[in-house]
Design a protein around this ligand. Structure first.
Ligand SMILES: [Zn+2]
Length: 209
């Protein structure tokens, strides 16, 4: 039985890399996954999924996927959607339709919340309707799990503004809730931060086993 999955994580938690690896796994098994992303995030300017570690692959836009007929969709063994936080409620419901009526597994990757710790539309809908919700973890500079995507500039953390701020991937940092609320973007001792990150990632992984 197919399922609708939501893999969520803060910025820098390797969501795109995970999406691309899952796509590769399907390919390796001789299966055909439909790789797509939402159109709102156009920082690449093209229909390509990029990950920070250097992997990238061409994909469709989710808005075009939603125009496909059931017959066209059944040619695929799975649908993989990156940047799913930017999907509309209707688009997520369309993906749920693919799961329920066409028996196609759908794997969505995205952020849970925006720079003010509010849900994105796509994430809220996925949290509500997904069969399986899993966290992709990353850590704050202090070593705690990063929950928040802080937007910042040279003056520090930014609390006001529009939800989507395009083309500024490097103006976000993943922080734990405490340091998000304090607006503390880095440790006073950089060596400390590196040590904490190393230890904490190992601990977070052990927690999962
Ligand atoms: Zn922290």
């Amino acid at each position: 039985m197919a399922k609708l999955y939501f893999y969520y994580g803060a910025m820098g938690s390797s969501k795109s890399a995970n999406a691309l690896m899952v796509d590769y796994n399907y390919q390796e098994r001789g299966q055909n996954a439909l790789l797509c992303k939402t159109g709102t995030d156009t920082r690449d300017g093209s229909k390509v999924i990029h990950s920070r570690i250097g992997l990238s692959k061409e994909c469709m836009l989710l808005s075009d996927v939603c125009m496909l007929s059931d017959q066209q969709l059944t040619e695929y063994d799975a649908i993989i959607c990156d940047e799913a936080q930017f999907a509309t409620t209707e688009q997520i419901d369309f993906l749920a339709h693919c799961v329920d009526y066409l028996n196609i597994p759908v794997l969505c990757y995205g952020l849970r919340t925006d720079f003010q710790m509010n849900f994105f539309e796509g994430s809220a809908r996925l949290m509500a309707v997904a069969d399986d919700i899993r966290e992709i973890k990353t850590v704050c500079w202090c070593g705690r799990k990063a929950l928040c995507n802080a937007r910042y500039n040279e003056h520090g953390i930014i609390r006001e503004g529009s939800q989507i701020y395009l083309g500024a991937n490097d103006s976000y940092i993943a922080l734990c809730r405490k340091h998000f609320l304090e607006g503390k973007l880095t440790s006073d001792d950089p060596g400390d931060a590196a040590r904490h990150q190393q230890i904490s990632l190992e601990e977070l992984q052990e927690e999962d086993q």
